[in-house]
Design a protein around this ligand. Structure first.
Ligand code: F6R
Length: 613
C-alpha cells in the first residue's frame, strides 16, 4: 500500500513525479504529495484526495520548480486521510523530507523519545518519526548517509523510503526493507519507484533492491549499499514489456481491459510450459522421491488468491491424491499449523508483497516445510523468500479487483497438478494426455467465453439486478469455490452485501435471510450435482428469491425451467471448467458496479497490495 517515487536529473522533477504517481495510484489513493528540492530548499505540496487534487494544487507541478524530488500516493494506515497526514513528511527542523511505504512498528516508542528531546510533530503518522529521527542524527553527524544509516538501524517494521536533505541538494537516498522498491537507471537522470510502470516511460533499465539495500543517487551517479553498509554492484535488468500493458488502451476501466486480457495472460502463462503434450515446469524441482514423501499440502493466500487455493484443494486432491487444504494466510501462523519436511506449502500472491502471505511463508520455512510460491510480480518479497517460484505471466494488473491474476494463478495450479500427477502416477496416461491437451486449449476457450453477445447479456442482467441489497451466491463442489470469488468481486467493487454458500448449506441457517426480491446467483456447472443445485434453487424461489443461474450450454434448457435468468458458458474438461465459470461473474460485478455509479478501478477503502497485517 502506498506508492513512492523519486527523481534526480536534468528535467523538472514535479511533472515526472506526478506522472509516476499516476501509475502507482492503484497502491493507494486517499492523498498524495511531492517534495522538490528547489531554489529555496525543500518545497512540499500535499493534499487529501486523488492525485488529480495534487495536480490542480501544484498546477501540474509548475508551482514546484527543481530537478530533484520525491512523491507519494497514500493508503492511510496511521492517521486518517488528511492534508496533514499526507506524505512527504518534513522533519521538525525542515532539514529532511521523507516518503514512506510500509509501517514503522516501533514508531510510538521512537516518537516519545524524540518528543522528550523537544521535537514537535505535525501528523498522526508513523512516517514522521523517520524524518525526525534522520534529522536528529543529521544534526549530530552532519553526514546525510550516516544519519540515514543510524536512523534505519532503529526502525522496526517495513519500509521503502525516499529521502531528501536540505543541505545535500541533488542527492536522494532510498532504503528498502519488506516493501518493494526499484531503481531506474537513466541518462543523466535516475529514479526510484515502488513499481516499474512509474518509470517505464523514462527507462527500461532497473535494479530490484533487496531487503536492507540502500541507494544513494544523484542525476549522474548511484552507489548501492547492502544491509551491512558495504558498497555493492547491482546489475541493471531490462524490462521487456510495454508501458501500454499498464495503460487502459481504449477501455473505460482497467478492470474491463484486464478481463479481456485473460486469454493472452493464460497463453503467456501456460503455453511455454506445455511442450510436446506434456507439462514442463523447468523452473522448479519436485522430484518423485520428494513428492512421495509429501503427506499434506497447504495453499496459503489472502482474498481472491485464497479462493484460488479453495479451487486448488479440489484440483490437487483429485489429480494427486494428496490431502490439500486452503488456508487464510492471516490465520495460518496463529493456528499452530503442524508443518515439517513432509508438508508442501504453496503460497499464492499476485503482488508478492501481501504482509500476511509473506508471514505465512516465513512460518512455513521456519518449521521446515517446503515452500513454492505462485507470484505475478518478478523480484517481489514472496518470490525471493520462497524455496521455489512459478511466475504467472499476467502482466501488470492495475485494477484493484483481481481478474487476470486470479485466472493465471488457477492455471498454474492446473500445471502443478498435472506435473505432480505424472510424477506420482496418480492419473492414467490417457487421462493425463487428455487433460494436458485440454489445458493447452484453455486460453482459446476463455476467449470463446468472452464473446460480445455473452458480455452484453451479462450487462443486461446487471442493469436489471443492480439494485439488490443482498445477494447470495450458491454452488456445489468447485462451483462453491467459484461462488466465493464471484461474491467477493461484487462486494469489493459494487458495494453490495453478498455471501457465498455451498448450496447444500443454505438450509442450515442462511435461508432465513431469503425473502421476496433477494437475488440468488446459482452456479451449476458440475453435471453430476446439477439436479441437486436445481433443488436448492427451487427452495430459494419458494421463499421469493430472484435466481440468476450460471451453467454450461448443454444444461441451459434444464436451468431455464427453474431459474429466472440464465447465463451459459461452454462445457469443457471438468478440471478446467472453473476458469470459464468465473468470467461472467467478473463481468457481472463490473457492470453492477457501473450501474451503481461506483469507481470500479479504485473501490473505496481498498488498495492493490496489502502490506499491513
Ligand atoms: C480481490 C483482490 C484481493 C487480493 C488479495 C491478495 O479482488 O484482489 O482479495 O487477491 O489482497 O493479494 P495478492 O494476490 O497480491 O497477495
Amino acid at each position: 500500500m502506498c506508492g513512492i517515487v523519486g527523481y534526480a536529473g536534468h528535467q523538472e522533477a514535479a511533472p515526472i513525479l506526478l506522472d509516476g504517481l499516476s501509475k502507482l495510484e492503484y497502491r493507494g489513493y486517499d492523498s498524495a504529495g511531492i517534495c522538490v528540492q528547489g531554489p529555496w530548499g525543500l518545497e512540499v505540496m500535499k493534499t487529501k484526495g486523488r492525485l488529480q487534487a495534487l495536480r490542480e494544487l501544484t498546477r501540474e507541478g509548475a508551482k514546484l520548480p527543481g530537478v530533484v524530488g520525491i512523491g507519494h500516493t497514500r493508503w492511510a494506515t496511521h492517521g486518517a486521510p488528511s492534508d496533514r497526514n499526507s506524505h512527504p513528511h518534513l522533519s521538525d527542523d525542515g532539514a529532511i523530507a521523507v516518503v514512506h511505504n510500509g509501517i514503522i512498528e516501533n514508531y510510538l516508542e521512537l516518537k516519545e523519545r524524540l518528543i522528550a528531546r523537544g521535537c514537535r510533530f505535525q501528523s498522526d503518522t508513523d512516517t514522521e518519526v523517520v524524518s525526525n529521527l534522520i534529522a536528529h542524527y543529521y544534526a549530530k553527524t552532519r553526514d546525510f548517509l550516516e544519519a540515514v544509516r543510524q536512523a534505519v538501524r532503529r526502525l522496526e517494521g517495513s519500509f521503502a523510503l525516499g529521502i531528501l536533505c536540505r543541505e545535500n541538494p541533488g542527492t536522494v537516498i532510498a532504503v528498502k526493507k519488506d516493501s518493494p522498491l526499484i531503481f531506474g537507471f537513466g541518462q543523466g537522470e535516475n529514479f526510484i519507484a515502488s513499481d516499474v510502470p512509474a518509470i517505464l516511460k523514462y527507462t527500461r533499465k532497473v535494479a530490484y533492491l533487496d531487503d536492507g539495500d540502500m541507494a544513494v543517487f544523484t542525476a549522474h551517479a548511484v552507489t548501492f549499499y547492502n544491509a551491512l553498509g558495504d558498497p555493492i554492484k547491482k546489475k541493471p535488468e531490462t524490462i521487456t514489456w510495454e508501458l501500454s500493458a499498464a495503460e487502459r488502451g481504449g477501455f473505460p476501466h482497467f478492470m474491463l481491459k484486464e478481463i479481456f486480457e485473460q486469454p493472452k495472460a493464460l497463453r503467456d502463462t501456460l503455453h511455454p510450459r506445455l511442450q510436446e503434450g506434456q507439462v514442463c515446469l523447468d523452473e522448479i524441482s519436485l522430484p518423485e522421491d520428494y513428492l512421495r514423501g509429501i503427506r499434506r499440502i497447504y495453499i496459503a493466500a489472502c482474498g481472491s488468491a485464497y479462493y484460488v487455493g479453495c479451487l486448488g484443494k479440489y484440483i490437487l486432491e483429485k489429480t494427486c491424491r494428496i490431502p490439500t487444504e486452503a488456508v487464510l494466510a492471516s490465520e495460518f501462523r496463529y493456528a499452530s499449523p503442524v508443518l515439517g519436511k513432509d508438508t508442501l506449502v504453496i503460497i499464492v500472491s499476485q503482488s508478492g508483497e501481501t504482509a500476511d502471505t509473506l508471514a505465512a511463508l516465513r512460518e512455513a520455512r521456519r518449521q521446515g516445510a517446503g515452500t513454492l510460491a505462485i507470484v505475478n510480480v518478478v523480484g517481489s518479497a514472496i518470490a525471493k523468500a520462497a524455496d521455489q517460484v512459478i511466475y504467472t505471466w499476467a502482466g501488470p494488473e492495475i485494477a484493484v479487483a483481481t481478474t487476470k491474476a486470479y485466472s493465471t494463478q488457477l492455471s498454474v495450479l492446473y500445471l502443478l497438478a498435472l506435473h505432480m500427477a505424472r510424477a506420482l502416477g496418480t492419473m492414467e496416461e490417457e487421462a493425463l494426455s487428455q487433460a494436458t491437451a485440454a489445458l493447452e486449449a484453455l486460453p482459446d476457450q476463455v476467449a470463446d467465453t468472452l464473446t460480445p453477445e455473452r458480455i452484453a447479456q451479462v450487462q443486461h442482467y446487471a442493469s436489471a439486478l443492480f439494485d439488490n441489497h443482498d445477494v447470495f451466491f450458491i454452488g456445489r463442489n468447485v462451483d462453491s469455490a467459484t461462488c466465493l470469488e464471484g461474491s467477493l468481486k461484487l462486494k469489493e467493487i459494487a458495494y453490495v452485501h453478498s455471501e457465498a454458500y455451498a448450496a447444500g448449506e443454505l438450509k442450515h441457517g442462511p435461508i432465513s435471510l431469503i425473502e421476496r426480491g433477494t437475488l440468488v446467483v446459482a452456479v451449476a456447472t458440475v453435471a453430476e450435482l446439477f439436479d441437486k443445485t436445481m433443488s436448492n434453487i427451487k427452495e430459494v424461489k419458494a421463499r421469493g428469491a430472484d435466481v440468476l443461474c450460471l451453467t454450461t450450454q448443454d444444461l441451459a434448457a434444464e436451468a431455464e425451467k427453474t431459474a429466472d435468468f440464465v447465463i451459459t458458458v461452454p462445457r469443457i474438461h471438468p478440471l478446467f471448467q472453473p476458469s470459464l465459470n468465473v468470467i461472467p461473474l467478473q463481468a457481472f460485478s463490473y457492470y453492477t458496479a457501473l450501474a451503481r455509479g461506483c469507481d470500479v478501478d479504485k473501490p473505496r477503502n481498498l488498495a492493490k497490495s496489502v502490506t499491513v497485517e
